[in-house]
Design a binder for this molecule. Structure first.
Ligand code: ZN
Length: 265
């Protein structure tokens, strides 16, 4: 039992944000007025950091400077008590196929992961489908560098998906095992989730997946719509949880599937 406790402790220590490999820090260069805007959109301000053309919040979400002007209000959809996403930022024009390409700068093992992530979505038989391409794509998966594992953004007001996913292969790693491919597929599927409008399942309290102190956002349940028939307890395995442990595989849970169908059936 003691050995098991030690293993669990080690696993917990190695558990980290899917997006932020470094410990969260407060960027003191971000004005309080900007933090207030972040909060008003129900994003956590903890660890928010400036980057070219905008801000990175919650570890892997890029909000361009224009976001706060273009999105005056937020409506969130709630599955159980932890599954939420914005409904004012979704992909429109359904049924629709979204193309995805992968930069050759990323390790070749990531190619199988992209295909696996695409299969996970397409296996849900949604009216939104994904297709791999080697030419110009709706979403380009590029090599990223910084203090994150991966980063993406939300659909625009024009109803198109966010057009970029950056993967930091230095932190994610590279090998050809099935476990690794499923791990990278989980990260890619998570970022694809953001690109089509999904927010973090546990955004009202990231400590659910990230550990640490409980961070309950003040606007957590404001303006949310509960999807009938879903649980009122955290969805432990959701693909849109904020944090992931290295090597973890998180295919869609039954509640993830309900959320996907609700938006994109
Ligand atoms: Zn995320």
């Amino acid at each position: 039992m003691r050995t098991m406790s030690h293993i669990l402790l080690l696993l917990a220590l190695f558990s980290f944000c899917i997006f932020s490999c470094k410990k969260s820090f407060d960027d003191t260069s971000i004005a309080q007025s900007v933090k207030d805007k972040i909060s008003s959109h129900c994003f956590s301000t903890e660890g928010a950091q400036k980057t070219t053309g905008g801000l990175i919040v919650e570890g892997d979400i890029f909000l361009p400077d224009s976001f706060f002007e273009e999105n005056p209000s937020v409506q969130n959809l709630l599955v159980g008590r932890t599954q939420q996403f914005q409904t004012n930022n979704v992909v429109t024009g359904l049924p629709r196929t979204i193309t995805i390409n992968l930069s050759s700068q990323l390790p070749s093992s990531y190619s199988a992961a992209v295909n696996e992530a695409i299969s996970r979505f397409n296996n849900e038989n949604l009216s939104l489908r994904f297709e791999r391409t080697s030419t110009t794509a709706d979403i380009s998966i590029e090599k990223g560098a910084g203090t994150y594992l991966a980063i993406s953004g939300f659909p625009g007001a024009d109803g198109n998906p966010y057009n970029s996913i950056k993967l930091n292969s230095m932190f994610i790693g590279n090998n050809n095992s099935n476990n690794f491919i499923n791990y990278v597929a989980t990260i890619i599927a998570h970022e694809m989730g953001h690109c089509i409008g999904f927010r973090h399942t546990d955004y009202v309290d990231r400590s659910f997946s990230c550990g640490g102190k409980s961070m309950r956002e003040s606007c957590g349940f404001a303006g949310v719509l509960l999807i009938p028939g879903t649980i009122a307890v955290p969805d432990r395995g959701s693909w849109m949880l904020t944090c992931i442990s290295p090597g973890e595989n998180r295919p869609f849970t039954a509640y993830d599937e309900i959320a996907l169908r609700y938006l994109y059936q």
